[in-house]
Design a protein around this ligand. Structure first.
Ligand code: 0X9
Ligand code: ZN
Length: 411
């Protein structure tokens, strides 16, 4: 029976052209000694294993997805080196399959409407923005700002239009598989536009929000490969560029790759990706950006520049102070704990990312990357039933940022 189920699943995957993670296991390992840390780092560097989290601190659990043919080798290396492990997910495909079933069972939503009990597709996101533009013409402007590699129109929304007000800029979905990020961007938009209790937030601040910066990758992660991260531009051997390595500040530095098949491929040149070049042009069109936040997942981090190397910025204290205010505001609601810090020291150095470019070139002194919480399987697949709590609690962090922006205007 089990074989029949597996066979049916594999055939369905092949027929639908979907990438299957059948038999892939996710292991969890917590390095105890320096030597354990070194072994995990060398496994990561081999490029054969899919590390879902970073090897950073001793004692911190690391999740690693391993394909069937490498599992014996992988567990042998761990056993030989006395590294304890647990199997977090027996079969990654089953988890993704359950997620797909939940998504397909989700009640259909009227065109132009959204909710936070499911992940919405590109068309639904665009339709939502279009409805807001129609229903709230005095309050919002929705503009197409470019066309993706595969031809999808990309739109941003501007809420509040008082010249001279400070501007808050946010984007989500540069990394395709991080579905909670666009969901959160939509929640922010909904609260600002449709919740009268928060109408005051756009009286003294202008908000520019791009809910889906990599629509091709996002759709691909829904239809074909749940773990897709990059854009979908065609290379010679492989598809896609990591949008968050494609910005033109310190492009090509640490934590990037020139191998087009790598997950952190920086692209052939800075701003090679139409989506990233279009983002750059929005920023150039704005008078000023006072606060920038890139929405990602996962890990519960509030990160700030520099991220291209182990270096602090000249306003590190302020970045840290506001980061803590954001994290504390989020924790107030359900106790979700974020770690705040410099992104190279805390996570890893990665050059050519949006936060560094916004600080160095885009003029945003206050520039952040927010890594939202991970899923039930400790990954990018935060179950839809958890979306609501995550967006509600994280919204408190955005209000905290808004309050600080107003405070510094007065001084
Ligand atoms: O690696 C990234 O692009 C971000 N993490 S993620 O897991 N969402 O891919 C972190 C980027 C932090 N910022 C810089 N390194 N500049
Ligand atoms: Zn990301």
């Amino acid at each position: 029976m089990k074989i029949l189920v597996l066979l049916t699943l594999s055939i369905t995957a092949v027929l639908s052209g979907r990438v299957s993670y059948d038999g892939y296991k996710v292991y969890q390992v917590a390095p105890v000694t320096e030597q354990d840390g070194e072994i995990l780092k060398s496994l990561k560097e081999s490029g054969q294993y899919d590390f879902w989290s970073n090897v950073k601190f001793l004692g911190q659990k690391v999740s690693i997805m391993v394909k069937p043919e490498l599992q014996a080798n992988f567990t042998n290396i761990l056993n030989l080196n006395n590294l304890d492990y647990t199997v977090l997910i027996e079969n990654a495909e089953n988890v993704f399959q359950q997620e797909r079933e939940k998504q397909s069972r989700a009640p259909k939503v009227e065109k132009g409407r959204i909710n936070f009990t499911q992940y919405h597709r590109y068309e639904a996101i665009e339709a939502y923005l279009a409805r807001l533009a129609e229903e709230y013409p005095d309050k919002v402007i929705v503009r197409p700002f470019g066309v993706s590699y595969e031809g999808r129109i990309m739109s941003y929304i501007r809420i509040g239009n008082n010249e001279g007000n400070p501007t808050i800029l946010m984007d989500a979905g540069i990394h395709a598989r991080e579905w909670i990020a666009p969901a959160f961007a939509l929640y922010i938009i909904q609260q600002l536009v449709e919740n009268p209790d928060y109408a005051y937030l756009s009286e003294k601040v202008n908000w520019v929000i791009i809910p889906l910066l990599n629509p091709d990758g996002y759709e691909y992660s829904h239809d074909v490969d749940r773990m897709w991260r990059k854009t979908r531009s065609a290379g010679v051997q492989c598809y896609g560029v990591d949008g968050n390595r494609n910005f033109g500040f310190m492009w090509g530095g640490l934590g990037t790759s020139d191998n087009e098949c790598s997950e952190i491929y920086r692209g052939p040149y800075a701003f090679s990706e139409v989506e990233i070049a279009a983002f750059r042009d929005i920023v150039y069109s704005l008078e000023n950006v006072d606060f920038y936040m890139a929405l990602h997942s996962f890990g519960n981090w509030v990160l700030y520049p520099w991220g291209y190397d182990f270096l602090l910025t000249d306003n590190n204290d302020e970045l840290h102070y506001l980061g803590e205010r954001i994290a504390n505001a989020i924790a107030q609601l359900f106790g979700t704990y974020y770690v705040v810090g410099n992104s190279a020291f805390l996570l890893y150095p990665a050059a050519g990312a949006s936060d560094d470019w916004m600080k160095a070139v885009g003029g945003a002194d206050l520039s952040y990357t927010l890594e939202l919480p991970g899923g039930g399987s400790q990954g990018f697949d935060l179950p839809p039933e958890r979306i609501e709590n995550v967006v509600i609690e994280t919204w408190q962090g955005i209000i905290a940022a808004y309050e600080y922006i107003l405070e510094i205007q007065k001084n």
